[in-house]
Design a protein around this ligand. Structure first.
Ligand code: PEP
Ligand code: MN
Length: 219
């Protein structure tokens, strides 16, 4: 379906310590094995500095999650790996704080940064987060970095993910980070926002129409 990168959480930052915390090292092995089988890159999150060597060994891109966007020692350590870094925007962070976080990575000699808008906390409660489409257009215009949008966390609702994805592409996003599951009801994390894998072809065609209108293709 044109996906280039497999993203999954092996070390998961869960709000509740009683929720599924990820499979850790075993999860990294699964991600790497499956990605290699299908010719995909792996992006996965490092929660702490101590995990970086292991995460870097198994992944092609290191994810810094929203909760860790201002964890400066982690940003420095990710910069030092020399690997591309997917820097998710803090859900309570301004665009300026986000870009300063990117500069912390750059301060260690690594400019291979991918920005990811994943929604911010607002007064709205109907959706989990508010996908900040302004921010996508803003960072596309003012930074040299590729920009991804995450309409899964940005909306938190499976029935809104396509709309969020379309808006992101229309605002200039270079790519999308979308959560799929073979059976969303059974997903151990963020089940409410996961799309069934069977909907991937339709998802792709719905996004492709917007990408073409924007004179951009899909991978
Ligand atoms: C995730 O990517 O699954 C994740 C935990 O996202 P965020 O850091 O944006 O909450
Ligand atoms: Mn998640």
């Amino acid at each position: 379906m044109g996906g280039r990168i497999l993203r999954g959480g092996a070390f998961k930052p869960r709000t509740s310590p009683y929720s599924f915390q990820g499979l850790g090292h075993e999860g990294l092995e699964i991600l790497r094995t499956v990605a290699d089988e299908y010719g995909l890159y792996v992006v996965t999150e490092a929660l702490g500095v101590e995990q970086l060597p292991l995460v870097a060994e198994y992944s092609d891109i290191i994810q810094i999650g929203s909760r860790n966007m201002q964890h400066y020692p982690l940003l420095w350590a990710a910069g030092e790996t020399g690997k591309p870094v997917l820097l998710k925007r803090g859900f309570m962070s301004t665009i300026d704080e986000w870009l300063k976080a990117a500069e912390h990575i750059i301060s260690r000699g690594n400019e291979r940064i991918i920005l990811c808008e994943r929604g911010i906390r607002t007064f709205e409660t109907a959706t989990r987060n508010t996908l900040d489409v302004n921010a996508i257009a803003f960072v596309k215009q003012t930074t040299p970095f590729p920009v991804l949008a995450d309409p899964s966390h940005g909306t938190g609702r499976a029935d809104l993910v396509v709309a969020g994805a379309r808006a992101a592409v229309a605002a200039g996003a270079d790519g999308l980070l979308v959560e799929f599951h073979h059976n969303p009801e059974e997903a151990l994390s963020d089940a409410e926002q996961a799309l069934p894998l069977s909907s991937l072809p339709r998802f792709r065609s719905e996004i492709e129409a917007i990408a073409q209108a924007m004179k951009r293709g899909l991978a």
